[in-house]
Write a protein that binds this ligand. Sequence first.
Ligand code: MRU
Length: 335
Amino acid sequence: MKELIAASLKYQGGKVQVLDQYLLPHQEVWHTCQDVASMQSLINNLQVRGAPLIGLAATLLVAYLAEQGAEKSQLCEAIDALEATRPTAVNLKHCMDCLRQALQQNQYAGAIVQSAERLFDEDVALCQRIGEHGVELVEAGDNILTHCNTGALATAGIGTALGVIYTASKQLANIHVWVDETRPLLQGGRLTAYELARWQIPYTLLCDSMAASLMAAGKVDKIFVGADRIAANGDFANKVGTYNLAVLAKFHNIPFYVVAPKTTFDANCAQGSEIEIEQRSATEVTGVSGSFGECQWAPENASVFNPAFDVTPASLVTAWVFDSGVYYRPEFRAI
Ligand code: MRU
């Protein structure tokens, strides 16, 4: 396989390597991943995370195993096991389906490697095009609010919603970003803040619950968020807390944009209620762990509700930004 290099994933020197996103921003640790169990664990623990990235990381691992001479049945098992790691982001399923097709060919190892290279390069190009379309929605001086992390760390390219912000900041003066910290795993406070600082884009971090008063004070011009799965009717799943923002945006009359590559669109899913929402461990809510320390504040055995994502209805979306363009209702159905 050729060399493939992204911000948090690379294939280099014959090895699949991932940047540990659970340890960021205080520790930059790269892991080499050589087997399915390790990749499953990296994805389950959110060391590898973000809808496009989990699909691509799983893909590179399967391509690596194919290059190492794994048999067809082993590759088939690997694809199934990796697809089962996280249920909500459709990008992972999309990648695994592409590999299943490649596996049908006589020269399946070569076909898998080719698919992996194509999926990786395609994601870079999709992010680029998303940025070019999304920038049309941004004006100089905008204060943009975003949630979770949708940047280069979460994709092979410049990112999706954060990619739009990155593109805008290159072309327009005085772009400022309000960054939701994104409880419980703090992808905003840890990862989006880290990326914006590296890109030298001015930002301000806030607790998720502060967004309402910020909007009421007229300090948010636009909201850009990513997606893990967009249903055929435009409903979409994204990091828990996104739905709150959409409701608040409607109330305060603030444009609310969803940004994603075509690989996040699921034509087989009619509406948001059909999207499976991943439920995660109680310990993520009862305390914290990671490079920011280890601590439990809730009482032992506290009862916890911890869905990783929520579903925002299409009726709350101002427009969907895809690699193919910006779609307002009712044109959305044309995708
Ligand atoms: O649980 P995570 O950190 O993988 O959730 C990520 C998100 O919800 C992102 O907004 C989404 O995957 C889009 S990333 C370009």
